[in-house]
Design a protein around this ligand. Structure first.
Ligand code: SF4
Ligand code: SF4
Ligand code: SF4
Length: 355
């Protein structure tokens, strides 16, 4: 099980696509430690914590306290794992040392060559210059750190260029996504361009697939693996696998349900409300009628309740934009897989057991 701890809604950036309603609200130490106690009370072997925001490094003291407390309380044989997604501005030697000591995996949100067009300071000043030494520092300690990239419709024609920038800058694992805000202006032309860009990204991955530093675009890998292994590309288990804890200690089934009273499922002091959890699991299990019979059903993220809920207000209504996006991603991934298979790429053959 994994808890996503929303340490704060505050942030030191003002990205143009941010959907977060920034406020100064912070999770208290008492709340964060109660979340640890609750997690350990389940008696699972694997206990995961993701630190999320806003910008979670604004609460670095709390991260230090939570990871120290969890190590002290975790029974023998229990495992702890930690992840953090950060905008990178507050990374320094001290935090990287802590991350090394406590095995905190760091993902950096960075938009490559689109950084200054999309990820800016409040007031609009660019952030890329300040992040240069932070990237060096991160890759020194965690060479396989993931770079998380988002593209807005107005910049979609530079999506592949941004992926290439991150690869050349030293990242080999890149997780791209698109601006999913309900108001984002995706239209037929920008969706067509997105499909073209996925083709270019696939060509880039193909080119570097067997290099000493292979380029791994994580969206493609998930689609290929789900086809070859005949498994859904994401195992969601809404409300069970990855509950989100708000700064006030209330528990929700996943990130995009935060503060929605209809999806409240307990708090860190009283624990998970079993009846509310059952209701949410039942609701999530219902099938999206618009996807019934689609050949891509298993390989598509149509069931992401978070995304559907945030874009349409209903966890089972898949926005047309998401349908088109998933199709474009799967087509590009399949073309890449076909090319790699044809040329008998050693890494591809090893990874997917097709030798
Ligand atoms: S760093 Fe994250 S939370 Fe902060 S403004 Fe950007 S997208 Fe929003
Ligand atoms: S969202 Fe579209 S591509 Fe995905 S399963 Fe539904 S119909 Fe198929
Ligand atoms: S709702 Fe979406 S984001 Fe949340 S766990 Fe499921 S697939 Fe992941």
């Amino acid at each position: 099980m994994n808890f996503t701890l929303h340490l704060t809604a505050d942030c030191n950036m003002a990205c143009r696509y941010c959907y977060e309603k920034h406020s100064r609200e912070l999770m208290s130490e008492e709340t964060a430690l109660a979340a640890v106690d609750l997690m350990l009370s389940f008696g699972h072997k694997n206990n995961g914590f993701s630190f999320f925001g806003g910008e979670p490094l604004l609460c670095r003291g709390l991260i230090e306290r939570v990871t120290g407390y969890a190590a002290e309380k975790c029974p023998a044989g229990g495992k702890l794992s930690y992840r953090i997604t950060t905008n990178g501005l507050l990374l320094d030697e001290r935090f990287m040392g802590l991350a090394k000591e406590r095995d905190i995996r760091i993902a950096l949100s960075h938009d490559g060559s689109l950084q200054d067009a999309q990820r800016v300071f409040p007031g609009g000043k660019p952030t890329s210059g300040l992040l240069e030494p932070k990237i060096d520092l991160l890759l020194k300690y965690q060479p396989r750190a993931v770079a998380m990239l988002t593209v807005m419709p107005e910049n979609v024609s530079r999506f592949a260029e941004a992926v290439d920038w991150l690869y050349r800058r030293g990242f080999t694992r890149i997780n791209g996504t698109v601006d999913y805000r309900p108001g984002a202006k995706w239209d037929d032309a920008s969706m067509e361009e997105l499909a073209r860009q996925y083709g270019l990204i696939a060509a880039l991955c193909e080119e570097h697939y067997d290099d000493v530093r292979p380029l791994e675009y994580m969206g493609f890998e998930a689609k290929i693996a789900s086809y070859i292994n005949d498994r859904p590309c994401v195992e969601c288990r809404l409300g069970v696998r990855q509950p989100s804890i708000a700064p006030d200690g209330k528990i929700y089934p996943c990130n995009q349900f935060l503060n929605d009273p209809d999806y409240l499922m307990g708090d860190v002091w009283r624990g998970i409300d079993a009846a509310a959890q059952r209701r949410i699991i039942k609701e999530a299990a219902a099938e999206e009628s618009s996807c019934r019979g689609c050949a891509l059903e298993k390989r598509c993220r149509h069931h992401c309740a978070c995304l559907n809920h945030s874009m349409t207000g209903d966890m089972h209504s898949v926005p047309p934009m998401q349908c088109a996006h998933e199709k474009a991603l799967i087509i590009a991934a399949d073309r890449m897989a076909e090319a790699l298979y044809k040329r008998k790429s050693p890494r591809f053959m090893r990874a997917y057991g097709t030798e």
